[in-house]
Design a protein around this ligand. Structure first.
Ligand SMILES: O=C(O)CCC(=O)C(=O)O
Ligand SMILES: [Fe+2]
Length: 239
């Protein structure tokens, strides 16, 4: 696994925000992940956690995976701006709530837009992992309605969980290592650079960009020791 390089957030000139280090991971072939561990303060993030845990109408729908019906292994909810095409995933079409139904979500959305200049997210999938047995299996958020190179911003609250990325079978191989050395000049150890792991902390922001959904899969696996509740918000732009 590659070590992440910590860089100061160049878009934020406020010196009081120096603690907000952005880690940037170049996955090669136009795929990139950003990770900001202290996107929200600890106390602020717990206030959002309590609000979301109590006020979101969480459901655990039946979805279809490989032709079989099963209970989705986590709670979910969906919020989207008016007039957008319906989201359907795993044979399930969630009801779209309005941003006005949950005003604190608009505050989080504003903070995300500020951290990612040029972004304009208009939909949000919420996930609640109620304990160590809840998870999301390997997938890419590559539904057509997100366009060919979607930016997805993911904010985490509560229990820390591991977030894994692995190269899709058949995706073009990595062009260069993090130190810029071309792979052709050295022995390829593709299994080392084709998987990455992040521990998504309370109040953190993770962003997937470029061709990440085309070329990579991600998951949040079951973890016996992660026995408390985690809430995750994934902001997306529907084209
Ligand atoms: O919970 C997470 O960190 C990831 C959720 C996710 O991948 C999704 O909702 O598509
Ligand atoms: Fe996802």
């Amino acid at each position: 696994m590659l070590k992440l390089k910590a860089v100061s957030e160049p878009t934020n000139p406020n010196p009081s925000d120096n603690a907000k280090k952005t880690q940037r991971l170049d996955l090669g072939s136009g795929s990139e992940v950003l990770y900001i561990p202290k996107f929200l303060s600890y106390d602020e993030a717990w206030k959002f956690f309590d609000y979301l845990n109590d006020h979101i109408p969480w459901t655990r729908p039946t979805i279809r995976v490989f032709g079989r019906s099963c209970l989705q292994p986590r709670d979910t909810c969906y919020v989207a701006s008016a007039g957008l095409p319906d989201l359907i995933y795993s044979g399930y079409q969630p009801k779209a709530y309005s941003w006005d139904d949950f005003p604190p979500l608009k505050d989080i959305l504003d903070a995300v837009h500020k951290a990612l200049p040029g972004s304009r997210f208009n939909s949000l999938l919420l996930n609640r992992y109620k304990g160590s047995n809840d998870y999301v299996s390997w997938h890419a958020d590559d539904e057509k309605l997100y366009g060919p190179a979607p930016e997805i911003a993911s904010v985490s609250f509560g229990c820390e969980r591991e977030f894994l990325l692995k190269k899709k079978p058949g995706a073009s191989s990595q062009e260069r290592r993090s130190d810029g050395e071309p792979m052709s000049k050295r022995v390829k150890k593709s299994n080392l650079v084709d998987q990455h792991s992040f521990t998504l902390k309370h109040g953190s922001l993770l962003v997937m960009r470029g061709h990440t959904q085309r070329d990579w899969l991600h998951s949040v696996p079951k973890r016996a020791k992660a026995d408390a509740t985690r809430i995750n918000l994934t902001f997306r732009h529907i084209v």
